[in-house]
Write a protein that binds this ligand. Sequence first.
Ligand code: CA
Length: 657
Amino acid sequence: MQLKKMIVLYALLSTSLFSRAQDAPINKQSFDQINLTYPGLEKTNALFLAGKYDEAAVQLLSYYRGRKNIRHPEFNLSDESRFKGKSIGTSNLEKANNALEHKFQPHKGYGFFDYGKDINWQFWPVKDNEVRWQLHRVYWWQPMGLAYRSSGDEKYAKEWVAQFRDWALKNPLGLSDDNDRYAWRPLEVSERVQSLPGTFNLFLKASDFSPAFLLEFLKSYHQQANYIPLHYSELGNHLLFEAQRLLFAGSFFPEFKDAASWRKSGISVLNTEIKKQVYADGMQFELSPTYHVAAIDIFLKAYNAAKMAGVENEFPESYSKTVENMIIAIANLSFPDYNNPMFGDSWLVEKSGRVRQFQSWAKAFPQNNTIKYFASEGKEGAAPAYLSHALSVGGFYTFRNGWNVQSTVMILKASPPGEFHAQPDNGTFELWVKGRNFSPDGGVYVYSGDAEINKLREEYRQTKVHQTLTLDNKNMVITKARQNKWETGKNLDILTYTNPSYPELDHQRSVLFINQKYFLIIDKAFGKATGNLGVHFQLKEDSKPVFDKTKNRVHTSYTDGNNLLIQSLNTDKVSLNEEAGKVSYAYRKEVARPAFVFEKPKNDGNAQRFITLLCPYEGDTVPEVSISFLTGNDFEKGELRISLSIDGKAQTIKTKL
Ligand code: CA
């Protein structure tokens, strides 16, 4: 009996004292941000007007618990059967349970760190800026919410309420410049503004979600959302994220006095930015496939959020047309495994995930056959009627002989200057043949942080770790390619562009896709500059290449017989040298891989050339390749007249470069 009493007493204390102890008193000002004339808040307003603020808060909580007209895209109180007793996955459960002990994983590139019994929000265990920024995205809160809804265990709710309060208490705006830089970076604020409504819905029915906590939550949420339009980032995907999330805030919480102005601001920014950030060919101006896809999802999410609030007509028709173009651009930049080149800050993706994205895009554009084709993995709709295709403004060129896994696909970048997520890499390309990406881009590995982290990032950005031309192995100073020629035909597709890579040295690259099978690359370096020229190549980590310095060639040795020969066809002296190489498919993960360079000096003002054949072949017998220059061949005039012999079969190629 005595024990039972103690337990009851403890239970009473723990709810009334420990968890509710921090409940702030509710007064008139607690409702300052809320439009109490909003439909559905009549009872709350009546109590408020009568000065019964505690009761008004109770009523407001009951309004939110019963609210049906605003549906969150993922998490809703009424979807009980979706959560109760259902597995949330080991990864979510680990995040939720570790969070109870204040062990948080601020970034997926690293593990969990102990932030202390009394949470230290300034703790910075690895001096990678992302680790400190993304801590403030509180990624583990939704897993806690899912664990709560799945198990019904109030410990998750109690802890979340405590953490929400702890975060708000210890990270007030203006605490210090240093803290504001991380906790109040507009992108992080917008990330919270985006994820908090889902977390709100997941915990809404918890007993620790008290009327007083509701008002605290709304006050903090309002402050965060309201912060965004006053601190929009200047450019790029950050601004897009911020605008989309502000629109979402105004759509999910239409009860705020500022909700309409948030929606208006978000829509207006997105309407302006979509015109500025997306080229006529559908490429987003950061020129990184990963961020391009992120931008598609931002634009579509925004449109759906506007729909939730019934204001989708505030987007002009050109808005959705542009989003559709962006999706077609990504289809053009897709290899048959649904990956895109890892140009700029880009990562490898899971096919299933990208197929799901295409499925969600197909819902938005049900009439588009190409999107349908990708969404259904080729079962419905139709592949585009063309093969090779240029996105000439964004400078992404795809050479392609088909749309299935057996196809040959080369995607090359020769672009205007990109924003933050681009690299000095014009000319680089990835080559896919029959199910294998022979030359993935190195990727990005890490973003920014202290000197050591920045050095690691810089290694991956270097021009010389890309498949292009360098002078003295330095980074190209200007990435601003000008397209000279793009033509597609039955037996020959050809691209020529010029990039003013260095002071006094331009790089002109011509790529010829011959018989839908081989690639001939002609590089011309011209201008007054002198130094050591190199044309670099990088291969996949498992390619076991054979370097043949006598024949100036490198070939892979895959045992499945799907191989690639890279053959220098220069008749002047060019040396083949191995280089250090590595590739990163995921954050802070890297593997060594083969890399090499064809080199020669440039001693005077004369132009220098590299002629290289990329020849995919079957089996383990390396093709014998030779070139002869025919009458009328004149590189200076851009007239190409050659005979190319592969295993004794000669072919004449006559074209203007
Ligand atoms: Ca790269």
